[in-house]
Design a protein around this ligand. Structure first.
Ligand SMILES: NC(=O)c1ccc[n+]([C@@H]2O[C@H](COP(=O)([O-])OP(=O)(O)OC[C@H]3O[C@@H](n4cnc5c(N)ncnc54)[C@H](OP(=O)(O)O)[C@@H]3O)[C@@H](O)[C@H]2O)c1
Length: 288
């Protein structure tokens, strides 16, 4: 059984126990998530630091770079420790302008699963999220053909567990009617709380919710209430934002992104911040 001193303890994704404090690797690819990092050795150091500090959940995608973050993960960490679980996603390609065109036809999905296996150096992917919607957020529409393709790859033994990303609650339910899911990865943070009801419903089902952009992503979270609470606690706004997510629901898993080992350490320390009932009530006003 995995024990951890990381804030939040652990969560079990299907049969895979992971630390609730994970790491999102997207920031390791170059500007606009296209190309190699400016500091290749620094990127390897961030990944190795994450594992040394006990993180067992790393989020990636073949679309980051493309392929760059998967290659860095392999270079830094292969052969992987048994406890480490790498979560990837399929469903989008990259175009030369850095866009993220959907690639959810069966052929593209099969190709992407095989690319992830190859670039990560794995025989089986622990968890694959089907990324839906577009860069502006979730979009309604059936995921049946795409999700059935992934369920088929799971039956073939290439994928252990499935999840969905950038999904509407209706698409989550549609996926669950096709095959069990162990997580939903959507945009959510102190200021962006569209998924409040979904998070609570998934908690009741034992399904993880993994917020992307937990710190605001490319536009850092900015709120006078957040700054006030952080100043009172003598903490950074980022620490408060991460600690709040861990407190928000036990099924929330963190994957904050950073290209800096120092920021990674700061974020781990910050997520352990104690928030009082008054702090929580005040923070609750930001995104309501
Ligand atoms: N499913 C999807 O569609 C989807 C979409 C986007 C992202 N994701 C996943 O979610 C993960 C998290 O999202 P994200 O990385 O885009 O956004 P994020 O975690 O909200 O924020 C990352 C940004 O915060 C900065 N940062 C982090 N810690 C900091 C600190 N202590 N002090 C100052 N700045 C700090 C980083 O800069 P530095 O590098 O300078 O630290 C980076 O610019 C990604 O890595 C990716 O795996 C998934």
């Amino acid at each position: 059984m995995l024990t951890t001193s990381l804030p939040g303890g652990t969560w079990t994704l299907g049969g895979l126990t992971v630390t609730r404090f994970g790491y999102g690797a997207m920031q390791l690819a170059g500007p606009r998530v296209m190309g190699p990092p400016a500091d290749h050795d620094g990127a390897l150091d961030v990944l190795r630091t994450a594992v040394e500090l006990g993180i067992t959940h790393i989020d990636t995608s073949a679309a980051y770079g493309p392929h760059v973050t998967n290659q860095l993960i392999r270079e830094a960490l292969h052969p992987y420790p048994d406890a480490l679980h790498i979560v990837t996603k399929v469903g989008a390609n990259r175009d030369p302008q850095g866009g993220w065109p959907p690639a959810r036809d069966p052929q593209s999905l099969r190709r992407s699963v095989h690319e992830n296996l190859e670039t990560l150096g794995l025989d089986v992917l622990d968890l694959v999220n089907l990324r839906l919607g577009d860069a502006t957020g979730p979009r309604p529409g059936s995921l049946a053909e795409a999700f059935e393709t992934l369920a088929d790859l799971q039956r073939q033994g290439l994928i252990r567990h499935l999840g969905v990303s950038n999904a509407t609650p209706e698409q989550v339910a549609e996926a669950q009617a096709i095959a069990p899911i162990v997580c939903v990865q959507n945009m959510y943070n102190l200021a962006h709380r569209r998924d409040d009801e979904l998070i609570d419903a998934l908690a009741g089902q034992g399904v993880a919710y993994v917020p992307f952009f937990p710190l605001g992503g490319f536009s850092p979270l900015q709120s006078s209430v957040l700054s006030t609470v952080a100043a009172r606690l003598e903490a950074t706004p980022m620490s408060v934002a991460l600690a709040w997510l861990l407190r928000r629901s036990p099924n929330i898993l963190l994957i904050p992104g950073t290209s800096s080992a120092a920021h990674l350490r700061e974020n781990i320390a910050g997520a352990a911040l104690a928030l009082s009932a008054d702090d929580l009530a005040e923070l609750d006003t930001i995104g309501r």
